[in-house]
Design a protein around this ligand. Structure first.
Ligand code: AHR
Length: 662
């Protein structure tokens, strides 16, 4: 008896006995191995960049999130334009505890730079017993870890004649001091002062106080506090735990910095990458479309460096020179195009971005990258133009101008276009027609839908044309963070692997959300200033991402079905990673009953009798929360390959089985 018969016979037998029971797919006959095949299973090359991440500065993902800065409104640039309740002293308080007195004001004459106009002027008449100064409450309190060091810096312009003694202290309630240091100002003009404080205790709601200890007049700006330990200990770096959670996804690429953030709330709010590089105090900050503020401390240099640090290809997105169609809300201005007279310089900015990422250090923008500490190019391969834009002539004209120029000047860069915010409809159809006309290499589809949509759309790409643009699913999520939501995404993702010849890339969205400032749900990872909670959706993303292949193996998993139709709660895929030779199966059971799956390994030269099973399972409504972050997580164990002939997928589960062939 051949191996395939041995494996499938029980199911053929059962099928004969029960006419209503059908096998989901035709079995595949097996013969000896071929170049691009396993037996007669013809392996299909699929994208080896399939699963990545999407980062948007939304829900405090950057400031107050991934960007490790602990001081909020460090340069006194918050305005009511960011948020109606804010002004330059938001999150600061005037500190006069020891009977000191004087005046505090926000000034702008002789600022550090025109792009950083506001600073605090302290005019101290009497420093009292403890000094007079200002205190920052961070992003919902400053989180400290006992024994760890925190790097402080400040710009001060001494206005009065004599040097001023200054004390910097991390404080808790009831007079607790977690650590402090002191220095004296010197001379006139803006000068940067730095120091390190070691935290004496853990804290999650510390404050930072800067006090002048003498009668004086001083100007203060750009007050910063960073944990010394950032991700990979980079300067101006990322919060280590959040960055590690992203790195643990092993994303093949990272799309940034948005989303709606990119095309902005009106033309003046469009994201301009050049404002986000160079010394942080010289970056032109602006309002965040999600109703807060972008310090741009996390700017394009940091994005590129982070991509490199986590081994992800950078996929920056630039606006297609039109603002968001929802600008100003429903009764707002709608989509506006940049005046045509400005297009030349706008396109220049995009070409300069490519030079900033990839140009030699001798080039103008390559030199700026080198000056920031990265002479080596960042190996930019993709650029996204536009995000969910309404398909109008304004959009089309500008997209065409940009893409023509990028293609001519940089044929090595793959352009990613956009086809509106929904998986179908007018913008989607017009977007695809336009992409066809221009032969845009990749288009970005987005869908936020119910779990049932994801289950039903497992086959969405089976019938897509193979001859036109490839697809990047830049944003998708089922509406929720329960196990059932996550499994519906997993089922859909098996379809992406099966269609990995046309689907080039996919990224769940959004990725990060600060629990106290969440503007969008669901998200992949929730966090507060202290800790984080990866959702079950995160574990699904991780299981697919760390188990990617570059070849699709068809016809391996066959479910035993109890009616004649397709059961959309069951889905499976099989890929081969040609680098390791491993065969990786993903079996999704999003239904409430055990599911029998016959795994046809005939012709696959499995070595050894052990396989690794990664299993994610639970109750459909289970969720990971900040108080119970590990309610459902992946459990790994060894299994024997012999049992795979009739694998039982538990109710509400994702099974990932990795088999060795070498
Ligand atoms: O991911 C959240 C938002 O959803 C993105 O900013 C936008 O592109 C989409 O509408």
């Amino acid at each position: 008896m051949t191996l395939i018969k041995k494996i499938l016979l029980p199911f053929f037998f059962a099928a004969a006995l029960m006419p209503a029971l059908v096998l989901a797919q035709q079995s595949v006959k097996v013969s000896a191995g071929k170049e691009q095949g396993v037996g007669q299973k013809q392996l299909k090359p699929i994208s080896n960049n399939l699963f990545g991440v999407f980062f948007e500065d939304l829900s405090y993902s950057a400031d107050g999130g991934l960007y490790a800065e602990l001081i909020q409104n460090r340069s006194f640039e918050y305005t009511p334009g960011d948020n109606k309740k804010w002004q330059p002293l938001s999150f600061w308080e005037y500190t006069t505890a020891g009977f000191g007195y004087g005046t505090i004001s926000v000034e702008s004459a002789q600022s550090i730079a025109p792009v950083n106009p506001h600073y605090v002027l302290l005019n101290i008449d009497d420093p009292g017993k403890e000094g007079v100064g200002i205190t920052n409450s961070g992003f919902d309190g400053i989180c400290l870890h006992a024994g760890e060091s925190y790097n402080f810096s400040v710009y001060i312009r001494q206005v009065s004649a004599k040097p001023v003694p200054v004390k910097v202290e991390l404080r808790g309630g009831k007079g607790i001091s977690y650590g402090q240091f002191a220095f004296k100002t010197q001379g006139s003009g803006w000068k940067k002062y730095t120091g390190t404080i070691k935290a004496a205790q853990d804290a999650d709601s510390a404050k930072l106080t800067v006090l002048a200890l003498a009668k004086c007049k001083i100007a203060i700006d750009e007050i910063s506090l960073f944990p010394e330990h950032t991700f990979k200990n980079e300067k101006n770096g990322m919060r280590a735990d959040l960055a590690q959670a992203i790195a643990d996804l092993k994303p093949k690429f990272m799309r940034f910095p948005g989303g709606c953030l990119v095309h902005g709330d009106g033309l003046d709010n469009m994201y301009r990458w050049k404002n986000t590089i160079g010394p942080v105090e010289l970056r032109q900050q602006q309002r965040n479309i999600w109703n807060y503020h972008q310090s741009y401390g996390l700017g394009f240099f940091e994005y590129f460096r982070f991509c490199e640090d986590i081994g992800a290809k950078p996929l920056p997105v630039v606006a297609a020179a039109v603002s968001c169609q929802n600008s100003g809300g429903t009764r707002g201005t709608g989509q506006k195009g940049l005046p045509l007279a400005e297009m030349k310089s706008y396109i220049r900015d995009i070409l300069d971005l490519i030079e900033y990422a990839n140009g030699p250090v001798t080039s103008k923008w390559g030199a700026k990258r080198a000056a920031a500490g990265h002479p080596k190019p960042f190996n930019l391969q993709y650029i996204g133009i536009g995000n969910e834009d309404k398909q109008t002539d304004d959009f089309r004209d500008r997209f065409k101008m940009i893409s023509n120029e990028v293609r001519v000047k940089h044929p090595e860069i793959t352009i990613v276009g956009t086809v509106g915010p929904f998986p179908s409809g007018e913008d989607f159809d017009l977007g695809w027609a336009f992409a066809d006309k221009l032969s845009v290499p990749v288009v970005d589809e987005h869908f936020y839908q119910k779990p049932g949509w994801f289950l039903d759309n497992n086959t969405r790409y089976d019938s897509y044309r193979r001859t036109k643009s490839k697809v990047y699913i830049g944003e998708y999520a089922s509406w929720g963070n329960s196990l059932l939501n996550a499994l519906s995404e997993a089922a859909f993702m098996t379809g992406l692997e099966r269609n990995g010849d046309i689907v080039a890339m996919a990224s769940y969205a959004p990725m990060l959300a600060n629990l106290s400032h969440t503007s969008w749900n669901p998200n992949l990872i929730y966090f507060n200033n202290k800790t984080l909670a990866p959702t079950i959706n995160y574990y699904v993303q991780q299981l697919f991402s760390v188990n990617q292949g570059d070849l699709y193996v068809p016809g391996v998993v066959k479910f035993e079905l109890h009616n004649t139709g397709r059961d959309s709660t069951l889905a499976a895929s099989c890929v081969k990673d040609s680098r390791t030779g491993d065969i990786i199966l993903k079996i999704v059971n999003a239904g409430g009953k055990e599911a029998n799956a016959a795994i046809d390994l005939a012709g696959i030269n499995i070595s050894g009798q052990q396989a690794i099973l990664d299993l994610l399972k639970g109750n459909p409504a289970d969720k990971n929360t900040i108080n119970d972050p590990k309610a459902v997580q992946t459990v790994s164990r060894e299994i024997t390959t012999a049992g795979l002939a009739s694998y039982v997928a538990p109710p509400y589960s994702l099974s990932v089985i990795r088999l060795k062939t070498k």
